[in-house]
Design a protein around this ligand. Structure first.
Ligand code: ADP
Ligand code: MG
Length: 276
């Protein structure tokens, strides 16, 4: 793939929105694959007990597989659970198994319960350009662990009615974690997903989101695309499932925008490889 500037330090990006079905997992795996295809080394941490990100990356995550549960609850080194993603060089995944469903409760009684993921990441010695963390649709201790571990929050927003509803709660949690546990934490990126430019509703929601969040909203939005929704059932991202599709191109473009923003280069939409 086309090379992009690599960050000086590992960027840890938390993909969060406590609403389900807004495109968190889809965005995590496809952005991660896009960044890897652009030449970066990328780790996806699956923090949702459903394990959808692990499935979409074709990673074995049956009950006995060493997983992020072991890292969080049993203090197993992250390096012992990370698996390479077949077909995408530079892409890795720390899978979630069904055990993780219990972690929300088990973490409560553990020491440093909010910072266990942060510690695991700090102890991980393999060089990485990006870590993307796929959060569950809740604001419990798993998501708090992600917010303590990362500096950046990426919020996918589905362009539909009530798109902004519930976001206040997420933003308050980000403020709380910043105030008490992780001063570097900030919402760096908003990504509009499942965007259908033909509908008035989608463009109204997009306008509302842009007026609310301004520069954090990526110029690139992700179109609604059947190819994107089909890819996970083949254990693939859309980047390998259908590399020429609009969905693949939009995620590559979003990755480019994120990489450039990270080094302070403002994004010139007129140079976009696809229509904005
Ligand atoms: P979340 O992780 O927030 O619950 P998902 O990423 O699992 O959301 O997406 C929810 C559903 O929407 C999935 O079935 C997924 O395949 C589908 N989906 C996500 N993004 C798109 C898109 N751009 N076009 C079509 N379907 C999509
Ligand atoms: Mg998900």
């Amino acid at each position: 793939g086309e090379g992009l500037p690599r960050p000086e330090q590992t960027r840890v990006i938390v993909v969060a929105n406590q609403k389900g079905g807004v495109g968190k997992t889809t965005t995590t795996v496809n952005l991660a694959a896009s960044l890897a295809l652009h030449g970066a080394r990328v780790l996806v941490i699956d923090l949702d007990p459903q394990g959808n990100a692990s499935t979409a990356l074709g990673i074995d995550h049956h009950a006995d597989v060493p997983s992020i549960y072991d890292v969080l609850v049993e203090s197993k080194p992250l390096a012992e659970v990370v698996q390479p993603v077949v077909d995408v060089e530079g892409l890795f995944c720390a899978p979630a198994t069904i055990d993780l469903a219990g972690a929300e409760i088990e973490l409560v009684s553990l020491v440093a319960r909010e910072s266990r993921l942060q510690r695991a990441i700090q102890a991980y010695e393999q060089p990485l350009d990006y870590i993307l963390i796929d959060c569950p649709p809740s604001l419990g201790l798993l998501t708090v662990n992600a917010l303590v571990a990362g500096a950046e929050v990426l919020i996918p927003i589905q362009c539909e009615y009530y798109a902004l509803e519930g976001l206040g709660q997420l933003l308050r949690n980000v403020d709380l974690v910043r105030g008490h546990l992780n001063p570097a934490l900030h919402v760096s990126t908003i990504l509009l997903t499942m965007y259908d430019g033909r509908t008035r509703l989608a463009s109204q929601v997009a306008e509302e989101v842009r007026s609310h969040f301004g520069d954090e909203v990526l110029r690139t939005s992700i179109p609604r695309s059947v190819r994107i929704s089909e890819a996970p059932s083949y254990g693939q991202t859309v980047l390998t499932y259908d590399p020429g599709s609009s969905g693949a191109l939009s995620y590559l473009e979003a990755a480019r925008e994120i990489a450039l923003k990270g080094i302070g280069v403002s994004y010139d939409a007129s140079q976009a490889h696809i229509g904005a």
